[in-house]
Write a protein that binds this ligand. Structure first.
Ligand code: C6P
Length: 409
């Protein structure tokens, strides 16, 4: 069991009032999580005492900055059980990780007639880079469908994965349904036809223990800002052999070994993919976020979120006219509840809840194809994290019933 009150005290923003006398109830961690004091202070400390550019200076400050920044990479590698730090590429966010693979790996490996397999529940970050790639290459994309419970229909895999499939890229956890997909099974299915497997772990790494060796995926993407770390930094994990074989994504300083006017040669991994001055403070902040989550324990965090999700699903099912989309059982789901309330527009729900200090997300959550299949333009979404309490869920329900009253439902 987590000591929730102690954890809540770690997050300064949770002590804030949204309006006078109205405390913040933050139910939008799936969009971006709040930051504990340790992360804020680590970045502050770096700027106050140790800022210098990394990988360049011979002087002490630059060496200190480099050590802190590269030390964070080691923490990330351990956190997801990568074999070594060469497999951990710093990017800006999960979106950039997909663009990197679609460009660098895609340019070298996708040819006319090839197929890319995705799923219907993907975030735009795992759709649009592939759309751009197939337009350039004359390849095609296929999609694993989801069923009425927001679960992937795995019976279609045998037909969808063929010797033409070059990559299967799918989310570990849906940011709308919360569905936890069977990652290892999907990776094995891709490998069985000789395809590469890429995992969108943007909603997984912050919420459960992730082991890339156990999953055996070739690539994996996630963002720091959803796991108590700062914005502006994310991770592309790639198996060394894949990354070695890929050309650089962007060119410039740091990613080179030698430059002449006639041409350039590339730096070794991971820096081959990291052009220009990086997000140094953000890397250090991410390392501290990893320390923070590790000290609490990812299994304990996951267990708490399962408990809260179960509680929320039960409570939401009592609200007349409200439909929660996705798996009905908490154990099949991460801490996400996307819902609709009869004909009330999700934006109206979010606006009215805000008056009670409750922050939820409303819209298509960057998953338009998912909503199109459901016949929806938008949904409202409450999402939970390690600091979410049952009292906050109770307040959500009270507020939703107020919305119902206002709309005379
Ligand atoms: N989803 C949400 O509210 P970035 O924006 O690059 O940090 O993360 C992209 C991304 C990729 N995959 C999944 C499954 C995601 O949920 C997200 C981000 C946020 O659901 C913001 S749109």
């Amino acid at each position: 069991m987590l000591d929730i009150e102690k954890i809540r005290a770690d997050f300064p923003i949770l002590q804030e009032e949204v309006y006078p006398g109205v405390p913040l109830i933050f139910l939008d961690s799936a969009a971006s999580s709040q930051k504990p004091t340790a992360v804020i202070e680590a970045m502050n400390h770096y700027y106050r005492t140790a800022h210098a550019n990394v990988h360049r200076g011979i002087y002490r400050l630059s060496e200190e900055a480099t050590n802190a920044y590269e030390g964070a990479r080691e923490k990330v590698a351990r956190f997801i059980n990568a074999r070594d730090t060469a497999e951990i590429i710093y990017v800006r966010n999960a979106t950039e990780a997909f663009n990197l693979v679609a460009y660098s790996w895609g340019e070298a490996n996708i040819h006319p007639g090839d197929e890319i397999l995705l799923t219907e529940m993907e975030h735009h970050a795992n759709l649009v880079p592939w759309h751009l790639l197939v337009e350039r290459k004359g390849a095609t994309i296929k999609y694993v469908p989801f069923d009425e419970n927001g679960m992937l229909d795995l019976s279609t895999l045998g037909e969808l994965l063929t010797e033409r499939t070059k990559i299967f890229s799918f989310t570990a956890v849906s940011n709308v349904f919360g569905t936890i997909n069977p990652v290892r099974q999907l990776v094995d299915a891709a490998h069985a036809v000789g395809a590469v497997a890429m995992v969108d772990a943007a909603q997984a790494v912050p919420h459960m223990a992730v082991d890339v060796q156990d999953w055996d995926c070739d690539f994996l993407a996630f963002s720091s800002h959803k796991m108590c770390g700062p914005t502006g930094i994310g991770i592309l994990y790639g198996k060394r052999a894949q990354l070695e074989a890929m050309p650089p994504f962007m060119g410039g300083g740091d990613m080179i070994q030698r430059v002449t006017l006639a041409g350039s040669t590339w730096n070794e991994l991971p820096w081959k993919f990291e052009a220009g001055t990086p997000s140094i403070a953000e890397g250090i902040g991410l390392g501290t976020a990893v320390d923070y989550l590790t000290a609490i324990g990812m299994d304990a965090i996951h267990a708490h979120e399962q408990f809260i999700t179960h509680y929320a699903l039960e409570a939401l099912s009592e609200v007349p006219g409200l439909k929660v989309w996705g798996p009905p059982i908490a154990s099949q789901k991460a801490g996400v509840a996307a819902f609709t309330l009869e004909k009330v527009h999700p934006h109206d729900i979010a606006e009215l809840l805000d008056k009670d200090g409750i922050a939820i997300r409303a819209g298509h959550h960057c998953a338009m194809p998912l909503h199109q299949k459901l016949g929806l333009n938008a949904s409202a979404r409450a999402s939970f994290y390690l600091h979410t309490t049952t009292a906050e869920i109770d307040n959500l329900i009270i507020s939703l019933n107020r919305v119902r009253k206002l709309f005379r439902l």
